[in-house]
Design a protein around this ligand. Structure first.
Ligand code: NAD
Length: 257
């Protein structure tokens, strides 16, 4: 399977799942545009090393996904966008009545509104070329809920709804839009949740991982960034041309419970 000739933008891709997805798309031959809100030499070096490793064009463009204009500028500055992976995301854990308003606003902006802005900016080019793939990284929390994650869960359910709507608006035009719903994947975002979860549940690290985090993942195994990347590559393939407006769970059985 080859994605050569295609350019992919992956938001929030200087670590974790975004980086894993960027690597798998590059492995499949796509030119990749990495992104985050920082502009460090190591961000650009990461893109350069992916380019060398897979023999594709790879660059890094700084843009803050909490800012709608920067989301749209990312797509414009990339010059071309055949594949858009909306992955940037943050998390915060607190009971709803104590949830800080600025955290609610930031989570909704980065985890949901950014996908609206980047998609709106990318779709005209996809319509023109008659081919496009939008892959939104939602979550098992786009389909189910857990306590203390109100903003994240509201945003991820929103991402699933946005994916369905874009799929209907682009149906039959060579463009698909879907959401991948990972269960727990061990990345910096999950790592950062562990101290909060330990506090909320009054448990040590190993117990919170086994009893709380992987409690709802029947496999009791974290998914890997390569598995999420492989699913994204499949959704970009011609075999997936009629898969649109749906969710694919990569969650070790979480949503089968
Ligand atoms: P991560 O913290 O490793 O990566 C998040 C990425 O988003 C980073 O590259 C970060 O720099 C970027 N980012 C954060 N704020 C940004 C901003 N304002 N502008 C641009 N980029 C920004 O976390 P991850 O676990 O790899 O999460 C990636 C996505 O996968 C998120 O949307 C997350 O909700 C989703 N997800 C993760 C898991 C999991 O278990 N790790 C499960 C389900 C869904």
């Amino acid at each position: 399977m080859t994605l050569s000739g295609k350019t992919a933008i992956i938001t929030g891709s200087n670590s974790g799942i975004g980086l894993g997805v960027a690597r798998e798309l590059a492995r499949a031959g796509a030119a990749v545009v990495l992104n985050s809100f920082t502009d460090r030499p190591e961000d650009h070096a990461m893109a350069e090393s992916i380019g060398k490793e897979f023999g594709v064009k790879a660059r890094y463009i700084k843009a803050d996904m909490s800012n709608g204009e920067e989301c749209r500028a990312l797509v414009a500055n990339a010059g071309r966008c055949d594949i858009l992976v909306n992955n940037a995301g943050i998390q915060f854990v607190a009971p709803v009545e104590e949830f800080p308003v600025e955290k609610w606003n930031a989570i909704l902006a980065i985890n949901l509104s950014s996908a609206f802005h980047t998609s709106a900016a990318a779709l005209p080019g996809m319509r023109k070329s008659g081919w496009g793939r939008i892959v939104n990284i939602a979550s098992a929390h786009g389909l189910t809920a857990s306590p203390f994650k109100s903003a994240y869960i509201a945003a991820k359910h929103g991402v699933v709804g946005l994916s369905k709507t874009i799929a209907l608006e682009t149906a039959g035009k060579g463009i698909t839009c879907n959401a991948i719903c990972p269960g727990y994947v061990l990345t910096p975002l999950v790592e950062a949740q562990i101290p909060d979860q330990m506090k909320v549940h009054n448990m040590d690290r190993e117990t919170v991982i086994r009893e709380v985090m992987l409690d709802r993942q029947p496999s009791r195994q974290f998914a890997t960034v390569e598995e999420i990347g492989g699913t994204a590559v499949f959704l970009c393939s011609e075999a997936a041309a009629q898969i649109t407006g749906t969710t694919i769970s990569v969650d070790g059985g979480w949503t089968a419970l």
